[in-house]
Design a protein around this ligand. Structure first.
Ligand SMILES: Cc1cc2nc3c(=O)[nH]c(=O)nc-3n(C[C@H](O)[C@H](O)[C@H](O)COP(=O)(O)OP(=O)(O)OC[C@H]3O[C@@H](n4cnc5c(N)ncnc54)[C@H](O)[C@@H]3O)c2cc1C
Length: 322
C-alpha cells in the first residue's frame, strides 16, 4: 500500500507502517527498530514525518482525554485531533487558548511542527503544552514537564526525539466568538494592516489580488457597519467561503444547516493518511462552520453574527472541504 499525505504529493517511504495498540507494544517496537518516525494525521506537505525505517501511527492506541478541572489541564493521547478535543473541553467548561486552522490534525503533530493559528495575541499551539510523555530510542518512557531542562526543545521536536504518546495542555475557561466574513478590503485600507490584524481574536485575510476577504473572529460585536471600508459577504455559504468561491454553490448551500454543502459533509474525524486524506483546503463556509461547531448556530455569518456557543478553541472551521 502506498502511503501518501493528504494531497498525494508526499509519498512515505517507510519499509513498514505499524499501528501499536498499547504502550508496551510501542516500546518494544521502538526498542527493536533502527529507525522510527511517528506519523500524526499525515497532513504535513513535506517529508518531515517520513522515514526509510518504521513508521508508527498511534491511531489504535487507547483514546485518552483526561480533563483535570481543578488544575485547568487536559491530558490527551498524541493522536487526538482538535476536532475530537474541542467539544469535550467545551462540555466541561473549558477551551484551548488557540487552535490551528485544521480540525483533523493531531495534537502531537501540530505541536511538534510549531503549528500556529492566526491572531496577533495568540501564541502557537505548543505554548499550551505543560508536559509530554514520549518513548525514546531505547524504548523507555520519559515524561518532561514545563520547567525541566530539556522540556522546551522537546515540545517542538519535529518528531526527532521519540514517539510522543500523550501531552498535557493548559486550558482556559470556555468562551464565545462571533465570526464575521467581510469583503472588499482595498489595498489602501491595508495601510492599516497592523490595526486590522489586531481587530479580533483571530483575523485571516484571503486575497485574489482583486478582492481581499476577511475572516474576523471576535468576542464582542462588530459595531462598525463599514469596517475598514468592507461590507458583509453575502450569497450562499459556499460563495462566501474565500477559498471555495470558485466552486459554484449548489442550490442546497443556501441553507447553512449542517451537511448541506461539500464543505460541511467532509467529516471532521481524521481519515487515514494512507489515502489522499485530510483536506486540500483548510477553509469552509462561515455559515456551515458555525453550524458545524454549534448546533444552535444556524444563522448566516455574513451579517450580524451572533456568538457561536462553541468554545473559542473551535474558532477555526472544524470542517473540511471535499
Ligand atoms: C493546507 C494546509 C493548511 C495548514 N494550515 C495551517 C495553519 O493554519 N496553521 C498552522 O500552524 N499549520 C498549518 N498547516 C500545517 C500543519 O499544521 C502541520 O502540517 C501539522 O504538523 C499537521 O499535523 P499532523 O498531525 O498531520 O502531523 P504529521 O504531518 O503527521 O507530522 C508532523 C510532524 O510531527 C511528528 N509527529 C506526529 N505525531 C507524533 C508523535 N506522536 N510523536 C512524535 N512526533 C510526532 C512527525 O514525525 C512529523 O515530524 C497547514 C498545512 C496545510 C497542508
Amino acid at each position: 500500500m502506498t502511503l501518501t499525505n493528504w494531497a498525494g504529493n508526499t509519498t512515505f517511504h517507510a519499509k513498514e507502517v505499524h499501528h501499536p495498540t498499547s504502550l508496551d507494544e510501542l516500546r518494544r517496537l521502538v526498542a527493536g527498530s533502527s529507525s522510527v518516525r511517528a506519523l500524526g494525521s499525515g497532513h504535513s506537505f513535506n517529508h518531515v514525518a517520513d522515514t526509510a525505517g518504521d513508521l508508527v501511527v498511534l491511531d489504535r492506541m487507547p483514546e485518552l482525554v483526561e480533563i483535570d478541572s481543578a488544575a485547568a489541564k487536559v491530558r490527551v493521547g498524541a493522536r487526538t485531533t482538535y476536532a475530537r478535543l474541542a467539544p469535550l473541553l467545551h462540555q466541561a467548561g473549558f477551551a484551548l487558548a488557540n487552535m490551528a486552522s485544521l480540525p483533523h490534525i493531531s495534537v502531537a503533530g501540530s505541536v511538534a511542527t510549531g503549528t500556529h493559528g492566526s491572531g496577533v495575541t495568540q501564541p502557537g499551539l505548543a505554548a499550551a503544552v505543560s508536559s509530554i510523555d514520549l518513548v525514546t530510542a531505547d524504548g523507555s518512557a520519559l515524561t518532561l514537564s514545563r520547567g525541566d531542562a530539556d522540556f522546551a526543545g522537546a515540545v517542538v521536536s519535529l518528531g526527532a526525539l521519540g514517539v510522543v504518546t500523550s501531552l498535557t495542555l493548559d486550558l482556559v475557561p470556555a468562551f464565545e466568538l462571533r465570526q464575521y466574513v467581510r469583503e472588499g478590503l482595498t489595498q489602501d485600507a491595508l495601510a492599516d494592516f497592523e490595526a486590522i490584524m489586531a481587530s479580533g481574536y483571530s483575523v485571516s485575510l484571503f486575497t485574489d489580488f482583486r478582492d481581499t476577504r476577511v475572516w474576523l473572529k471576535r468576542e464582542d460585536e462588530l459595531t462598525s457597519p463599514d469596517w475598514y471600508g468592507t461590507s458583509p459577504a453575502d450569497g450562499p455559504p459556499a460563495t462566501r467561503c474565500p477559498r471555495c468561491r470558485p466552486t459554484p454553490a449548489p442550490a442546497s448551500s443556501a441553507s447553512p444547516a449542517p451537511g448541506t454543502t461539500g464543505c460541511r459533509t467532509s467529516a471532521p474525524t481524521p481519515r487515514p493518511a494512507a489515502r489522499a486524506t485530510s483536506c486540500s483546503r483548510s477553509c469552509c463556509c462561515p455559515g456551515s462552520t458555525r453550524s458545524r461547531r454549534c448546533a444552535s448556530c444556524s444563522r448566516s455569518a455574513s451579517a450580524s453574527a451572533r456568538p457561536c456557543r462553541s468554545p473559542r478553541s473551535a474558532r477555526s472551521p472544524p470542517t473540511t472541504c471535499g
